[in-house]
Design a protein around this ligand. Structure first.
Ligand SMILES: *[C@@H]1O[C@H](CO)[C@@H](O)[C@H](O)[C@H]1NC(C)=O
Ligand SMILES: *[C@@H]1O[C@H](CO)[C@@H](O)[C@H](O)[C@H]1NC(C)=O
Length: 254
């Protein structure tokens, strides 16, 4: 993700400054080893990376609702390198957006994508566990966020999947910090990272992973600096949407 940021800064200084605030040391990412995070999906519009996502069953990828852009959508599974994509890795999808989603600032930023054919689980493609109902994330627990970096608005996407460790931020504290910018956080979110660690724009939809479980979906971050700080990044709290997710997984439809 650090690379993504460098590219952003080099090629799209103005757009990226807004999204990434402080400069090249913000997002301490490193390359994901080949055998890890095999649940990661690249959500694509017209075969270009637009968001992250993660495989939760043979039939469904989870991503953010705000990734629902116009154009033919597909997901790519089974590679960390977006330069190495073949047709067998690409799946057409049906979009199942959370019914009450309005916009990113109002919350409910979650969407399931039904794959047009079952994903073959193997040494390149695996699912990730969802939390159990009422699972509580511990404050300061070390978690990780992964992604391919800046999106097309922010500039270049990185080719190779990057991961960064991010600490969970207590919700009350997070709310307070965001409140200083006159913004009330939506319901059913989790906060992590910031001021020095976090995600880049094209990481939207990717998972927040704690102890091998997907607990959140990358939703948004502050777009302008506040007192020279980045606020904690905001994730959709998956534990609040399990009922909806399980219903769709069971029906295999929405
Ligand atoms: C999002 O939706 C809410 C509720 O409809 C509205 O008040 C708000 O202005 C919208 N925000 C944006 C950025 O469109
Ligand atoms: C989100 O939070 C609101 C307010 O706390 C709650 O009423 C609602 O049921 C939650 N949504 C989900 C899907 O859990």
């Amino acid at each position: 993700m650090m690379h993504a940021l460098h590219k952003c800064l080099l090629f799209h200084l103005l757009t990226c400054l807004g999204q990434n605030a402080l400069g090249s040391e913000i997002i301490h990412g490193k390359k994901v080893p080949d055998k890890l995070m095999l649940y990661m999906a690249s959500v694509q519009i017209s075969k270009g990376h637009t968001c992250g996502g993660f495989l939760v069953s043979e039939d469904f990828v989870v991503t953010a609702a705000h990734c629902d852009e116009d154009g033919p959508m597909s997901v790519v599974l089974g590679t960390h390198n977006l330069k190495k994509v073949n047709d067998a890795m690409r799946y057409d999808v049906k979009r199942c957006k959370y019914p009450s989603y309005v916009n990113i600032t109002s919350g409910d930023d979650i969407m399931l994508l039904k794959l047009s054919r079952k994903a073959q689980l193997n040494d390149k493609v695996q699912t990730i566990r969802l939390p159990r109902t009422n699972d509580k994330i511990k404050e300061k627990q070390k978690c990780r966020v992964a992604g391919w970096g800046c999106n097309k608005r922010g500039g270049k996407v990185v080719d190779v999947l990057q991961v960064a460790e991010v600490p969970i931020v207590k919700l009350e504290m997070c709310k307070k910090q965001w409140k200083k910018t006159k913004f009330d956080l939506p319901a059913n979110v989790t906060c992590a990272g910031g001021p020095n660690k976090g995600f880049c724009q094209g990481d939207s939809g990717g998972p927040l992973v704690c102890s091998g479980t997907a607990v959140g979906i990358v939703s948004f971050q502050n777009s302008v600096e506040y007192e020279h700080q980045r606020l904690p990044n905001v994730y959709t709290d998956l534990s609040k949407y399990l009922h909806w997710i399980k219903g769709i997984l069971k029906k295999k439809n929405c």
